[in-house]
Design a protein around this ligand. Sequence first.
Ligand code: 13P
Length: 285
Amino acid sequence: MTLTAMAPMLIEAKKEGYGIGAFNCINYTTIEAVVIAAREERSPLIIQTSPSTVKQLGHRALYNMVTSAIEDHPYPAALHLDHCHDLEMIRKCIDMGWTSILIDASHLPLEENIAITREVVQMARPKGVTVEGELGAIGGVEDDLVVDEKDAYVAVPAHAKRLLEESGADVLAPAIGTAHGNYKKEPKIAWDAVEEIQQIIPQPFVIHGGTGLDDETFRRLIQMGGAKINISTDLKYAYIDGFVNHYNAHPEEYNPLKVIGAARDKVTAMARRYMKLFGSAGRCG
Ligand code: 13P
């Protein structure tokens, strides 16, 4: 299977009332792990890469890992660049074959956010690449992005509508009270803003800060049009715990393939749980 554009996957998910997990992968093992999960669960998949991962592995090597992992994969899979404001990296990823980009200009005033998002749409459109635009300030830590809790603020729905209409972006990442990383206290979802977004914006929206939300919150957000659900922290924990637990249980082994295999299996189990919870399991094939 070749990589698929993300927007049609999300439009279908929103129409049918399920969500698709977007997993922040960091190497070949984690890519392979989520592809195995998608195959076992017959689920559409979004492989998500942060700018740090692109920098560390190189965009060509990372792209080749993803295309190797999905070569015999029978179901739709998209490759998405997460939270990027570096236009040069965006251009390289589009040219290489990424099928979706999050241009994160949410730190800029609305007019500038719209202008830069539009510029990325113009780069992406001729190649059929999906563009996610972002609005508001999502708290917590993701990659090099650090937003203190006191500086986080919820997206204004009317601005979100303007961002999509005036830039031509396909999907919206609105700050709605979720946060990147582990929650230090119970998240307070801005349900009124989500309700308004659902009413005035026909496009699917993206839920950032998936790790640590409870099952009921996920179900309610998906019902209201949340079609892409980002999971990063949970993947990192599954990977490292799988690795460390195996090593601690078999310290005499010292076999890298065994610990890497254990890390992969734990990430696969984590992704399978989300695919069932989000309702994307069983949608393919
Ligand atoms: P978590 O790290 O909270 O799962 O958030 C992931 C995310 O939103 C990536 O953009």
